[in-house]
Design a protein around this ligand. Sequence first.
Ligand SMILES: Cc1cc2nc3c(=O)[nH]c(=O)nc-3n(C[C@H](O)[C@H](O)[C@H](O)COP(=O)(O)O)c2cc1C
Length: 250
Amino acid sequence: MKVVVIFGSPRKKNSYLVTRAFEEELLKLGPVEFEYIFLNKLSLQPCIGCHNCLFYGKEKCPLPDSIQETLQSMLQADGLVFVSPVYVSQVTSLLKNFIDRFSFLSHRPRLYGQHAMAISTTGAIGLKNVLGYIEKVVSEWGIRSFTKLGLVTPPDRSRDDIVGDKRIRQAAGRFYKRLNGGWSPSLKQVIQFNAQKTFFSTLQAKKISPRDHEYYSALESRDYHVDVKISPFNKFIGRLISHAVRMKSG
Ligand SMILES: Cc1cc2nc3c(=O)[nH]c(=O)nc-3n(C[C@H](O)[C@H](O)[C@H](O)COP(=O)(O)O)c2cc1C
């Protein structure tokens, strides 16, 4: 098993302590290899809003940095851990820019092989926002499951108390179980697939986003991006959504 950590804090303090303690707990459960990607070291340039990755493909991004290699690292992992402290009720700008730079994954998801986890720490409030936002984004990117861990770490909380928090062990247990478990896309993911497939297959969408049109036209008869068992209920709702989007697009 390989786990890649996308580390979104600019410093190695509370969120790092929690992530390392989480790693230790996971290692107690089985052999797992960890790789850390520190976003402050990666120096991804800010998204310039050209839309090239969305409409024409990720290779058309004009920014010369290591985003493609980072995608390969994520695709080779079994688990992805996204880490961000709460900064003014949201993820850090480091993680937000990372998410923006990978926005093409919300159009054409790729992370079907990966289980995701989000870790956040805060001085007092905002965990729900941060963990909920990461969950929404990575679910759009296709991940198999989502596990979350949020801890309140005010300045007067000791290091030992933080790393000894039992919620870290519990989250490691949940994540490990999911890493080793089965998978079926969630209803939200099936709905997203059918809505995008039907919309991007239209001629009107072809003019705006040729890459999406090409991708989804090839999946015309499919119920999901990849061959995977989908519950009859999710399949039914997905087809209903497809029908509704077709009616709306004329
Ligand atoms: C720029 C900035 C913004 C912050 N915003 C919030 C906030 O909105 N709510 C809160 O409770 N704590 C806030 N904090 C506190 C951090 O979330 C908290 O100290 C966190 O554990 C820091 O994680 P780190 O040690 O991994 O950097 C903020 C800290 C910084 C530096």
